[in-house]
Write a protein that binds this ligand. Structure first.
Ligand SMILES: C[S@@+](CC[C@H](N)C(=O)[O-])C[C@H]1O[C@@H](n2cnc3c(N)ncnc32)[C@H](O)[C@@H]1O
Length: 411
């Protein structure tokens, strides 16, 4: 099918992809978006129907679009300097703190080469039998299925990246399979870097998040780094890809040469020492005749402040989503109505209630909510992430309201 597509449709599709992934506009391949929308239209769908589906970030169409733009390029022991540094410096430092197990996370792992490389590196860096666990996550489920198969071709082994630790065995002419000992300590799960990792995955001593954030807007990148750092154990390490950040993330220190992009979360003892030093520096100079004064208060470590529970509106919103899932739309509606009354600036609540009303045929009740959503979203910087079950930028809410209120134009 050739010819021009309605530009509003393409713009909306790109906005949805950007909101879900955190990608910058210029990192979203226009041809991929164009291809998906054309194939939907070729199946007989109307532009209005597609726009309607794109109001939901969890819709099938949004998922298809996201898959179409992701880049899954990866290989074993990519950036070998990270694995050398891990083995020589980071693992001994964590062991010295008395850890009884090592836990690693490869965040944005694509088809798993990075995850297995991390597992092999950690396993080879501790005494035999010392517990090691490694998690690989990605937004793209099909990549994770490939990772779980643990069988790789020649493309995953590059000359530029040496095989630093025992990792695989040859099982075919051009095929290798990950060693059982490495596989046993490795698991995979789907997760978006813009949402907090569920508590059940626990905390980590080492996180690799490389060649992912490079596609993100600055706001999405900062939000992802904050979430990553909240899952680190005190003294835990974060390794980013080249040029992915221009400053040291909050609560962390840079380790190794700058090009390594390796950061370590400060321990409570280090934070206390820093707070005490800052309090000493800020204390007034002692008067000529010394006066007895109580010791300066030691500020609480910044890390404790950072790990705040989800704000109440998000909690109420999650309750409403549970009700919707159970088929109790009336119950969901009353939770959302109370939420919108109490927190009229909570954009995800306005959108959720508007969509719920639209689904139940009460368009006249949805329109004022969409108008309120648009007005409030317009007041925020477009890239500002808005708290909710998913952290989505303000531009997503504004564009959703626009798309809804202008729907008639496409029908
Ligand atoms: C270029 S690969 C990098 C793989 C590996 N980290 C490496 O350096 O070899 C980027 C991966 O990030 C994933 N990704 C992109 N946006 C994501 C997001 N918002 N949350 C989780 N994964 C994401 C993609 O699906 C892709 O598999």
């Amino acid at each position: 099918m050739s010819g021009e597509l309605d530009p509003r449709l393409l713009t909306r599709a790109r906005e949805v992809v950007a909101a879900i992934t955190g990608f910058r506009e210029d990192a979203i391949a226009a041809e991929a978006v164009d291809r998906v929308m054309r194939s939907e239209l070729a199946r007989g769908r109307t532009p209005a129907d597609l726009l309607g589906e794109l109001l939901y970030p969890s819709s099938t169409l949004a998922t298809v679009l996201v898959k179409a733009i992701l880049v899954g390029e990866t290989y074993f022991f990519r950036h070998p300097e990270h694995f050398r540094f891990l083995s020589r410096e980071a693992v001994p430092a964590v062991l010295q703190r008395g850890s009884l197990a090592l836990r690693g996370w490869s965040a944005g792992c694509a088809s798993g080469e990075e995850t297995y490389s991390l597992a092999a590196c950690l396993q080879a860096s501790v005494p035999h039998g010392f517990p090691v666990e490694v998690l690989g996550t990605d937004i793209h489920e099909a990549s994770l299925e490939a990772a779980r198969r643990a069988t790789y071709g020649t493309w995953s082994r590059r000359e530029s990246a040496p095989r630093l630790f025992p990792l695989y065995t040859e099982t075919g002419e051009r095929e290798v399979t990950i060693l059982p000992a490495v596989r046993r300590i490795t698991t995979f799960a789907q997760a978006n870097l813009l949402a907090p990792l569920p508590e059940r995955f626990g905390r980590f001593d080492f996180i690799l998040c490389r060649n992912v954030l490079t596609y993100f807007t600055p706001a999405a990148r900062d939000a992802a780094i904050t979430l990553l750092s909240r899952t680190l154990n005190p003294g835990g390490w974060l390794f980013l890809g080249a040029v992915e950040v221009d400053r040291v993330p909050a609560g962390m220190v840079r380790e190794g040469p700058p090009e390594l992009q390796a950061f370590r979360l400060l321990t409570p003892e280090e934070l206390n020492a820093r707070a005490a030093a800052a309090a000493r520096a800020a204390a007034p100079r002692p008067p000529v005749a010394p006066v007895r004064r109580p010791p300066p208060p030691v500020a609480a470590p910044a890390r404790e402040v950072a790990v705040a529970p989800p704000p109440p509106p998000t909690r109420q919103h999650l309750t409403a989503l549970e009700r919707i899932e159970e088929g109790d739309e009336v119950g969901a509606s009353s939770v959302l109505e109370a939420l919108v009354r109490q927190a009229p600036d909570y954009l995800p609540g306005l959108l959720e209630l508007a969509l719920l009303r639209e689904r139940s045929g009460a368009r006249e009740g949805a329109v004022p909510l969409m108008r309120a959503l648009r007005t409030r979203a317009e007041r925020l910087p477009p890239d500002q992430l808005v708290d909710g079950p998913e952290a989505l930028p303000a531009r997503f809410y504004q564009a959703s309201a626009d798309a809804y209120l202008n729907q008639g134009a496409l029908e």
